[in-house]
Design a protein around this ligand. Structure first.
Ligand SMILES: Cc1cc2nc3c(=O)[nH]c(=O)nc-3n(C[C@H](O)[C@H](O)[C@H](O)COP(=O)(O)OP(=O)(O)OC[C@H]3O[C@@H](n4cnc5c(N)ncnc54)[C@H](O)[C@@H]3O)c2cc1C
Length: 628
């Protein structure tokens, strides 16, 4: 079985070629280690290319009052103080350097009149903070790092005669297993998507950078790759997931035509002045400003409109509230019968900006609506509604090294890692999260490999991984992966969606368990060549673990916070703020345990007005005033 196997040996294997994976790989390669980058899609096509609005970093180019402390505060408020404070701190402090570094590598950001990197407004950010390239920022991020990888390969070509001596990309390869030997990571196993041929990577350190889980849901802005593979790979190899109940439903996805339902309408449309109205023409967001945000958001149209001209003396428009608030508000308007014909609300930027500026600042949005819906957004409103966009929960990691808790040699960065964004991510914080923690994962993996050395993979481990890949072909007349996937998406959409209840979550958990049982009997017809049914069999297994973890964590959390809303527990509860939910997998089912959140150190505690903290924390926590 192992004789003809394609085998490779590297110091570090990075699974994923999005922003986080590429940044980790660059760090490792520049430290002199050998690196394999493995990705399901073509190189350059990772989900990160879809990121539109920009990358948040407090460079202070547009408003010099911005700095890491303001960014840290915004991030913690956005996450409703459930964030791992150390991740939010490192992110806020290091994001500007990561953007400037990208520029030195050739990224061409839009500029201010003075020639600095331009920064735009976004929901939840106090100052204009998103470095951007029109609305194609993710593409520039990927292009720049790809170019840097190619440049390093050219160095290798000159010095060794082989461009792939130290860094090689394995595109269209799906990893199905993280291999462990003697309780430590020993490599990764997978197959080539084109022909199903199996591939073994031996490496003492693996960085998971596989992105999100959106395809677990029926309506999503995520690309086809977002099947939660990394979340499941980590669980199966003995790592934990943290706070999987928190999913971000972006308030503005396209609601029609049906074929493109869910595709994202970037938040930049609201950042550039787009307003939300219901079918009665009411600018409804003024009704939905929660108490915790009353000081920062305008409660009348006149002030909200003045903010676009004078941000120092006016409060922000409520369209720029964090995403969870806006998504819930839209959901409520539609449920109250004030939605549009296609079940959304209107988003209009045409009344504030000229056609020329819209086409310059939002070129992809103009094109997307014109081509897909026949709507010219320079003249008419868009119809939008919530879409499953981002998973805040993910692999539990050490904030400084990105090492996965519980498994030696395993690291995780980017959307697959948890903790950074708490219960809700601010727009723009992901792209800099990828850069900050991608780099840290690379550094962490390098340090680990240097101190631990190789960990060879045994034949019996290889045989087990190979047997699992062959299994769906050995069964005849079993379940169909496509039907089970559709069933799963209906369950998550209807029972684990934006608004949740105890009864629905209990029902979801039972139904997911039933699908899991039936999925053990999936059979695949045809052979391994270009066989998407074969690929889905493995993706589905991952999505089932993600869905189980989400539903079980959501059932236990009896409060509403960020991307988790319980109809039966509508308010935020300060006692629940002290709790993280940790998912682990025992080989049969996902188990959830409560774990105390690390306490905010005094120097970070003191960055906030104590009266603001009183809205989130218990009197005992306030009295303690931080941990040291
Ligand atoms: C439409 C849209 C717009 C967005 N705009 C913004 C924005 O403006 N600003 C912002 O900060 N955030 C934005 N986000 C969020 C942000 O784009 C993502 O969170 C981020 O790009 C994720 O990057 P990543 O590196 O973690 O993973 P991804 O970019 O998702 O890459 C994952 C990689 O892992 C690979 N992979 C997955 N599973 C496997 C496997 N089993 N084997 C091998 N390879 C595998 C994939 O092929 C891919 O290469 C947006 C998201 C969407 C959907």
């Amino acid at each position: 079985m192992t004789a003809n196997l394609e085998r490779h040996k590297y110091d570090i294997v990075v699974i994923g070629a999005g922003g986080a994976g590429l940044r980790a790989a660059l760090e490792a390669r520049e430290a002199g280690l050998t690196v394999a980058i493995v990705c399901k899609s073509l190189f350059g096509k990772a989900h990160t290319v879809m990121a539109e609005g920009g990358a948040a970093a407090s460079m202070g180019n547009v408003n010099e009052k911005d700095n890491w402390m303001v960014h840290f505060r915004d991030t913690m408020r956005g996450g409703k103080f459930l964030n791992h404070y150390r991740m939010a701190e490192l992110h806020a402090k290091e994001a500007p350097d990561r953007i400037w570094e990208l520029e030195t590598w050739g990224a061409l950001f839009d500029r201010t009149k003075e020639g600095k990197i331009s920064q735009r407004n976004f929901g939840g950010h106090e100052y204009p903070r998103l470095a951007h390239v029109g609305d194609r920022t993710g593409l520039e991020l990927i292009r720049t790092m790809q170019q840097r990888i190619v440049a390093l390969q050219q160095v290798d070509a000159r010095e060794t005669g082989n461009p792939e001596t130290n860094i090689r990309v394995f595109a269209e390869v799906t990893i199905t297993e993280i291999l462990n030997e003697n309780g430590k990571v020993a490599g990764a196993y997978g197959y080539r998507r084109e022909n199903g041929a199996e591939v073994l990577f031996e490496a003492p350190a693996v960085v998971i950078a596989t992105g999100g889980v959106g395809k677990t849901f029926k309506i999503t802005s995520n690309s086809w790759e977002g099947t939660g593979d990394g979340h499941a790979l980590a669980l199966k190899s003995g790592a934990n997931l943290v706070d999987m109940e928190f999913l971000q439903f972006h308030p503005t996805g396209m609601v029609w035509p049906l074929s493109v339902k869910g595709i994202l309408v970037t938040e930049s449309v609201r950042g550039e002045g787009g307003i939300l109205t219901n079918s009665l023409g009411e600018r409804f967001m003024f009704k939905y400003i929660p108490d915790v945000f009353k000081n920062q958001y305008a409660d009348n149209e006149a002030e909200a409109d003045r903010w676009y001209i004078d941000q120092d003396n006016n409060r922000r428009p409520p369209e720029l509230l964090p995403r969870d608030e806006v998504a819930r508000a839209i959901n409520s308007e539609v449920k109250a019968g004030r939605g549009t014909e296609h079940g959304g609300v209107f988003l209009d930027v045409s009344k504030r900006l000229s056609a020329e500026i819209i086409k310059k600042r939002l070129p992809s949005m103009w094109h997307q609506f014109y081509e897909l819906a026949g709507v010219d957004i320079t003249k008419e409103a868009m119809e939008v509604g919530p879409t499953c966009h981002y998973v805040m929960g993910g692999v539990e990691v050490n904030p400084d090294t990105a090492a996965a808790v519980g498994v030696e040699g395993l690291f995780a960065a980017g959307e697959v890692a948890g903790g950074m964004h708490g219960s809700n991510r601010l727009g723009g914080n992901s792209l800099t999260d990828l850069l900050v923690f991608g780099r840290r994962a690379g550094m962490g993996a390098v340090a680990y490999v240097k101190s631990h050395g190789a960990n060879p993979v045994s034949d019996s481990t290889i045989v087990k991984a190979a047997t699992r890949i062959a299994a769906p072909f050995t069964r005849v007349g079993g379940e169909n992966a496509y039907s089970l996937h559709q069933e799963l998406q209906e369950i998550t959409h209807n029972l684990v969606g934006i608004i949740r209840t105890r009864a629905e979550l209990v029902e979801a958990i039972e139904k997911i368990a039933d699908i899991r049982k039936r999925s053990a009997n999936i059979s695949v017809t045809g052979d391994r060549m270009f066989n998407p049914g074969f690929h889905l069999a493995f993706d589905l297994d991952n999505m089932l673990l993600v869905a189980e973890s989400t539903a079980k964590s959501a059932l236990l959390r009896e409060e509403s916070r960020g991307g988790h809303t319980r109809d039966d527990f509508p308010g935020m509860n300060p006692t629940w703020r002290q709790v993280n939910h940790i998912s682990s997998f025992d080989g049969t089912q996902v188990n959830i345990k409560a774990q105390s959140l690390p306490v905010l150190p005094k120097e970070l505690f003191d960055l906030f007005d104590v009266h603001e903290l009183e809205k989130y924390m218990t009197p005992q926590e306030i009295a303690k005033g931080g941990s040291n």
